[in-house]
Each structure stands twice: as structure tokens, then as C-alpha cells.
Design a protein around this ligand. Structure first.
Ligand SMILES: [Zn+2]
Length: 296
């Protein structure tokens, strides 16, 4: 049940306007190319796809959204890439795609209106040492640990895509807390649950969600014993509160391999697996990763 700092999401209006591409200039910007999102209206905090259809199919396409590079792969009809919508995105999410032909400066811009995120709210009681603001030494430790995780995210964009299969859940057990839930401590919403919790007794196996390279095996203050996997093409998964880590940094693990065991280390009220999925630095709903990587 790891939590993240509070924020105030700005939700779009309840209407569902069509997702319309807008050329960056009125002149010929990537002539013949059309950008479409799948699903048509992506959700805050979710992974989705952007497709380029009807293309002269340039040899290479560069794209960016929410500060993260996009990695296009060819499809029968054109190219597609995964995009992450931040849970706290304010206003439309801008996708910019640059074409190498006919001129390197040509680009198309798509402002994606996101579906309102209606993540539930729950009340929770935690131990006082977690409610009090951290002292400076602890704050420095937590910053250091966040920076290590952020480095894994940065590096994942440079790692080639190591996976071909859809992502799979790391345990077959019951989900005990879903992504995005707001947590209320002492009457105030202070955090969001930025992962999915799976039930498990101490010592139960935790499996790699997909093929990847082990980038981080450490003991974090909040996350306890952690393993971070870099799957390439921007994808990262992390496994928190483990009792044991059974892999080492630099190992390549296959999908389904046991990487550790369920535990109750770090900030927890009991043993469980907290599973994080990220596209670059953006933490997204694991359910969207399972769904979107599983669709053709
Ligand atoms: Zn959790």
C-alpha cells in the first residue's frame, strides 16, 4: 500500500469531443499522415496507443508526449506507439510526432482530451511515524531512492524493447487495492495509491511481468525490499515490500521467472505485493498495461 504525494487533478468536462489532429503549421505538415488514439478517449493514469495510418510510411518517426519519447513500431497499416497519460494531467495531453520526410521539421500535433478519472477514495490509519513529516535525513534518503528509480525510467528509453508477449500480472492472487485510489489520513486526502496490490503470504512467489533486465535490487524506506525491471522501449515494472529478492542487478529475466517473494518490508500494514508499472517516469494503472499490451 505504498502511497505518493498529494495532488489536485484538473478534470476535463464530462463531454466527449472527437480527437482531432492539428497540423503544426497550415502548410504541408507530414502530408498523408493521420494520428488516431486507441482507445478514442484515453483515461487519466492509463497507457494507450497512438496510431499513424495511411502513411507514406517514413523510415523513422519521432514523437513525444507528457515529456516522454515515443517508440514507434511498424504495423500492417502504418506505425503505432504506446503513450502514458499522467494521472494528474491538467487539460489535454499533447502528442507531437515529427516526420523525417519530406522535411525533418515537419510535425503533427494531437491534443488528446482525456476521460475523467474517477478513482475511488478510502480512509486509512497508519502508524504515526509515517504520518509525521520526515526529518531531513529521512527526506534525503527518500529523495535518493526516488532518484535511483527515476534513473531506471530514463534508461528504459535507451534499452531496446526486450519483450514480445503482453505483460502478465506478477501474481495470480486477489487484487486487494487498485491503482489511483485516494487515501485520506486524519480527514485529509494526502496521497494516491500509485500501484496495484496483490494478496500473498510472506514467502509466496513474485513473477516477472515480462522479459527484462534487473536494474535495481535494494532496500527502500517506503518500498522495503524492491526489484525494478527495465523491459525496454520505456517500460519499467517494480515489485515492492518483498521478503526476499532472488535476482541480481544485470540479470536478464524471462517472463514469469520468480524474482522474489511476498513480504511486509517498508511502509505496509501487512504482507502483500505492491506492483508498479511505468512508461518512462509516468506511473500508469497496471490494468491498462495488461490490457493495452495484450491487444493487437
Ligand atoms: Zn500498494
Amino acid at each position: 500500500m505504498l502511497i505518493a504525494p498529494a495532488f489536485s487533478p484538473v478534470l476535463p468536462a464530462a463531454t466527449t469531443p472527437p480527437q482531432v489532429q492539428k497540423p503544426a503549421s497550415a502548410l504541408a505538415a507530414c502530408p498523408g499522415l493521420a494520428l488516431v488514439t486507441d482507445p478514442a478517449q484515453p483515461r487519466h493514469g492509463a497507457l494507450f496507443k497512438v496510431r499513424i495510418n495511411g502513411a507514406p510510411v517514413p523510415a523513422s518517426l519521432k514523437g513525444r508526449a507528457a515529456g516522454e519519447p515515443l517508440h514507434f513500431t511498424p504495423t500492417g497499416a502504418g506505425h503505432e506507439a504506446f503513450v502514458a497519460a499522467p494521472i494528474d494531467a491538467a487539460g489535454p495531453l499533447r502528442i507531437v510526432v515529427t516526420c523525417t520526410a519530406p522535411s525533418p521539421s515537419d510535425s503533427i500535433v494531437l491534443d488528446v482530451v482525456l476521460a475523467p478519472a474517477d478513482y475511488p477514495l478510502e480512509r486509512l490509519t497508519v502508524a504515526p511515524r509515517f504520518s509525521a513529516p520526515p526529518d531531513s535525513a529521512l527526506a534525503a534518503r527518500m529523495r535518493r531512492e526516488s532518484a535511483m528509480a527515476a534513473e531506471v525510467s530514463r534508461r528504459a528509453h535507451d534499452t531496446p524493447r526486450l519483450w514480445t508477449e503482453p505483460f502478465r500480472r506478477p501474481r495470480e492472487s486477489r487484487v486487494t487495492s487498485t491503482f489511483g485510489r485516494g487515501r485520506e489520513f486524519n480527514g485529509t486526502v494526502t496521497s494516491r495509491h500509485m500501484g496495484t496490490d496483490y494478496a500473498g503470504a510472506v514467502g509466496a512467489p513474485v513473477h516477472a511481468a515480462n522479459r527484462g533486465i534487473v536494474r535495481l535490487v535494494d532496500a527502500f524506506f517506503l518500498g522495503g525490499n524492491v526489484v525494478y525491471l527495465d523491459h525496454g522501449a520505456g517500460f519499467v515494472t517494480a515489485y515492492l515490500h518483498l521478503s526476499e529478492q532472488t535476482v541480481a542487478v544485470g540479470d536478464t529475466v524471462e517472463q514469469g521467472a520468480v524474482i522474489g517473494t511476498v513480504g511486509a518490508t517498508g511502509r505496509v500494514t501487512g504482507p502483500h505485493l505492491h506492483w508498479i508499472t511505468r512508461y518512462g517516469a509516468i506511473t500508469v494503472d497496471p490494468a491498462s498495461v495488461l490490457r493495452e499490451t495484450g491487444r493487437r
